[in-house]
Design a protein around this ligand. Structure first.
Ligand SMILES: [Fe+2]
Length: 303
């Protein structure tokens, strides 16, 4: 393999993967090379531009640690995370739409009893959040694990505040009727972390870094696909321009605002509070028939 030229380099690299034993790995590598070379041919980067790209990716890795995941942010802001999610979750009618995981999930969140206050002192207007976990056919799923995480009323997640204290994240177990409930705070819209390479990319291209207000859920139970989704708050800014492209109308729900008084769980509230209610539908692993993408518009919140 000598005297490689602009017109022969791509075939030479593709051929170098020709004897890859794993057929899927061979497909991935050859497709990656094909598209990467196509990109380079299209934009004809200068050497300085290519090195700037290398430095960008290097810094993206260097800023990552066990609490900061800049590569997920990069994937999210380029729309790749949503595309992968959509391809992998063509859902049946009755199953809740999925969203990306995002960078703020923490494995094995602290367990709480149903109805607990998970705010742990984080600030914001009190919010009672409740709903049910159901099959796509609408039957309750007793004992479903409900992981929830969200930011506070100022748009901060616990792990962004430092100090190592967790708050506004929990693992709950649905009751025999598939119901769950907890107290938190009304979350705010927020900017994704802007102090790293992804923030530089957004700034350099004139894009804003904001996400509309939401609560994250991960719901699991044997026999069903684990559901990763958000519930977005109706009326929040940025519903039409989420910087990670993940708002689905079926997931937008209104927070009902109440004056001081008695909450649904009997708790006496001495100040205004909100209520967020949503019922989730889980897809069976036994194989509910998938529906074509346009019909996903028909799926939606039950509440
Ligand atoms: Fe979030």
């Amino acid at each position: 393999m000598r005297d490689i030229t602009e017109s022969t380099i791509t075939d030479a690299v593709l051929e170098s993967f020709g004897s890859t034993g794993d057929a899927r790995l061979k497909q991935l590598m050859q497709s990656l090379v094909t598209h990467l070379h196509g990109f380079v041919r299209e934009v004809e980067p200068t050497t300085a531009e290519w090195m700037a790209a290398i430095r960008f990716l290097t810094r993206t890795g260097q800023i990552c640690d066990d609490r900061r995941q800049e590569f997920i942010l990069l994937s999210d802001t380029l729309g790749v995370s949503v595309l992968v999610d959509l391809i992998n979750h063509r859902m049946p009618i009755g199953a809740t739409d999925t969203t990306v995981l995002g960078p703020f999930y923490v494995d094995n969140p602290p367990g709480y009893p149903l109805g607990a206050d998970i705010a742990e002192g984080m600030t914001g207007k009190p919010m009672y959040c409740d709903g049910r976990v159901l099959t796509a056919a609408g039957e309750p799923i007793p004992g479903a694990l409900v992981d929830v995480w969200q930011c506070d009323g100022d748009g901060h997640y616990d792990i962004q505040l430092g100090g190592g204290k967790l708050g506004l994240r929990a693992r709950l177990v649905a009751d025999e009727q598939g119901r769950f409930a907890f107290w938190s705070v009304v979350p705010s819209h927020y900017p994704i972390p802007e102090d790293g390479p992804v923030g530089e990319m957004l700034g350099a291209t004139g894009r804003h870094p904001y996400r509309p207000a939401h609560v994250h859920f991960m719901i699991s139970h044997p026999g069903h696909e684990t559901l990763v989704t958000h519930i977005f708050l109706d009326g929040s800014p940025y519903l039409e321009s989420d910087t990670v492209f993940d708002v689905k109308t079926s997931l937008v729900t209104r927070v009902a605002h109440h004056d001081a008084g008695t909450a649904p769980d009997g708790k006496r509230m001495d100040r205004p509070w909100g209520r967020l209610h949503y019922d989730f539908g889980l897809k069976s692993t036994a194989g509910d028939p998938p529906v074509a993408t346009p019909a996903r518009e028909l799926t939606g919140a039950r509440a």
